[in-house]
Design a protein around this ligand. Structure first.
Ligand code: G16
Length: 546
């Protein structure tokens, strides 16, 4: 047998579904994501590529996550995780796209060999791929295809079965740093829980958990995993801890993300109908793979609904960490910055730049873009408005937390809390469970209710609309997605509409995870924001069907 024959033979058992003429699969914002029945062959080819990627990096473990996160239950997705737990390097996204669009099984191997030659990769070198999946039943078939690819490509693998996306990212980094001075933690799911629990207990030392927290888990993987995590927090270690896990039914796959979860809350700007929201109850929602987080409540005094989204978590974290740095005497030492996307509410950007006096950088949608920019700071706070994000600490910052000699008890406490946050906050990717614990720590330290948090600034009224169009690919953007470059004339029409409203802003872009466009609008009043969003949506619909 010639090298690659195994891959060709195995590939034939997991065929690619051909697309209509002129259409191509593409590695998007979150890897390949679409209807699950299109994905088997894609999972196979991604497996082959992941093995090659591992070989190109001296056999370091590469992750593959099978999830469609916030998408409906019928969808699924496959994405690759790089050795430090980051998203796949951009150049390799192109290779992934080429692999998946290859016209035949033989061509996949041809591209494999060409890449190996061009990138000087020895195809006989060891490779290791680790993977997990969310609770979608279609995950089984995709895992079978992925395993077949890894066997055929002679790669070692570990099947971690059902995981949240951030857990898989954790495991990739833990695997590749095991036994080194920068070890990220024990290489197991238990190791993840232990690390988070230990850090949470340290960060909550002497503070009180602020009453019952209700967590809607979108009927996804976050439910069982959060329940498991809670077992690692002895009641006597965190004063008053009381977490109620709701919408955690993973046995009825069709209800995943259905009328619940972080995406529902953000787009509908209301609480899931079930369970009925009790006024005053501090609540939050995760999404289907537990990498997004939304807080909300109904104010018992005014009966109004308040949503605290990714922008709020970002400004809360930036302000809290800023105060700790001040107390720790490190404010001038460590450069802090915030990264947002065009969806960030204008009021949050103003609050961060004017009140917190921190720089804000805007990037296109997709955590990989935000993550990359956040790495440029000693403390890089990045969140998308949809609740996906984290805080990155540079090695210099982590060393400063641990090595600064405190001159006072207050400074000692601040340094200890900062060091605990360094362990609590997932450094690889946005992690809803870790972010939720962060928010709880901050609220406990400040002794704040959600009302206090909501009062830090007033959001500009806004609306997000999903528009289905014939061909979303005609929409191309510039300026961090704030303006349309193509189709000709569309941006001009949007500008004309925006001009008619007070303090208004609007933009449109093609989704990278759904077959639709998204329109965002902000204006002085709720009805104006809504009206503007509708008008821009009409423009998009028209241009998308021309
Ligand atoms: C994914 C990405 C996020 C992005 C979201 C929506 O999230 O990881 O960065 O904000 O999709 O992207 P789009 O507007 O392009 O559809 P998730 O939680 O679905 O994996």
């Amino acid at each position: 047998l010639a090298y690659g024959d195994d891959i060709v033979a195995a590939s034939k058992k997991h065929p690619i579904v051909p697309l209509e003429k002129g259409q191509r699969y593409s590695y998007g914002t979150a890897g390949f994501r679409m209807k699950a029945d299109l994905l088997e062959g894609i999972a196979f080819r991604v497996g082959v590529l992941a093995a090659l990627r591992s070989r190109s990096l001296g056999g370091q473990a590469i992750g593959v996550m099978i999830t469609a996160s916030h998408n409906p239950a019928v969808d699924n997705g496959v994405k690759i995780v790089d050795p430090m737990g980051e998203m796949l390097e951009q150049e390799w996204e192109r290779y992934a796209t080429a692999f998946v669009n290859a016209g035949s099984d033989e061509e996949v191997v041809k591209i494999y060999k060409t890449l190996a030659t061009d990138l000087k990769i020895n195809v006989k070198d060891p490779a290791k791929v680790i993977f997990g999946r969310d609770t979608r039943p279609s995950g089984h078939t995709l895992v079978t295809a992925l395993k077949a690819a890894l066997v055929a490509s002679q790669s070692e693998y570990v099947d971690y079965k059902i995981l949240t996306t951030p857990q898989l990212h954790y495991l990739v980094r833990a695997t590749n740093t095991e036994g080194s001075p920068v070890s990220y933690g024990k290489v197991s799911e238990v190791g993840y829980y232990e690390k988070l629990a230990d850090a949470f207990i340290r960060a909550m030392k002497g503070k009180k958990f602020g009453g019952t927290l209700s967590v809607d888990c979108a009927n996804g993987v976050g439910g069982p995993k959060l329940s498991e995590f809670l077992k690692y927090i002895p009641k006597d270690k965190v004063n008053g801890i009381d977490v109620k896990v709701v919408n955690d039914d993973v046995l009825r796959p069709e209800i995943l993300n259905l009328d619940c979860g972080a995406d529902f809350v953000k787009t509908k700007q209301r609480a899931p109908p079930i369970p009925k929201l009790v006024p005053g109850l501090r609540s939050c929602s995760l999404d289907g793979d537990a990498d997004r987080l939304m807080y909300y409540w109904v104010d018992p005094d005014t009966s109004s609904f308040a949503m605290l989204d990714g922008d709020r978590i970002s400004s809360l974290a930036a302000s809290f960490i800023g105060d700790l740095l001040e107390s720790a005497g490190l404010r001038d030492e460590l450069r802090t910055g915030v990264v947002q996307t065009a969806y960030a509410n204008g009021a949050s950007t103003n609050y961060i730049t004017q009140h917190l006096k921190l720089p804000v950088i805007c990037t296109p949608t997709g955590v990989k873009h935000l993550h990359h920019v956040a790495q440029g700071f000693d403390i890089g706070v990045y969140f998308e408005a949809n609740g996906h994000g984290t805080v990155l600490f540079s090695p210099y910052a982590i060393a400063a937390f641990k090595e600064t000699e405190p001159q006072s008890p207050a400074q000692k406490d601040a340094l200890a809390t900062l060091a605990a946050l360094g362990d609590l906050i997932n450094q690889t990717v946005g992690d809803a469970i870790s972010d939720m614990l962060l928010v709880e720590v901050i609220l406990a330290h400040k002794n704040w209710t959600l009302r206090d948090w909501a009062m830090t600034y007033a959001d500009l009224p806004n609306r997000l609309v999903r528009v289905e169009v014939g061909n979303k690919d005609v929409f191309r953007t510039t300026d961090a997605e704030r303006r349309l470059l193509h189709p000709d004339g569309a941006q001009e029409e949007i500008d004309n509409e925006v001009k008619k409203f007070k303090d208004a802003r609007s933009f449109a872009r093609a989704s990278g995870t759904e077959n639709a466009c998204r329109v965002y609008a902000e204006a002085a009043t709720r009805s104006e924001a809504s009206e503007l969003a509708d008008r821009v949506a009409l423009i998009i619909q028209r241009y998308g069907t021309l």
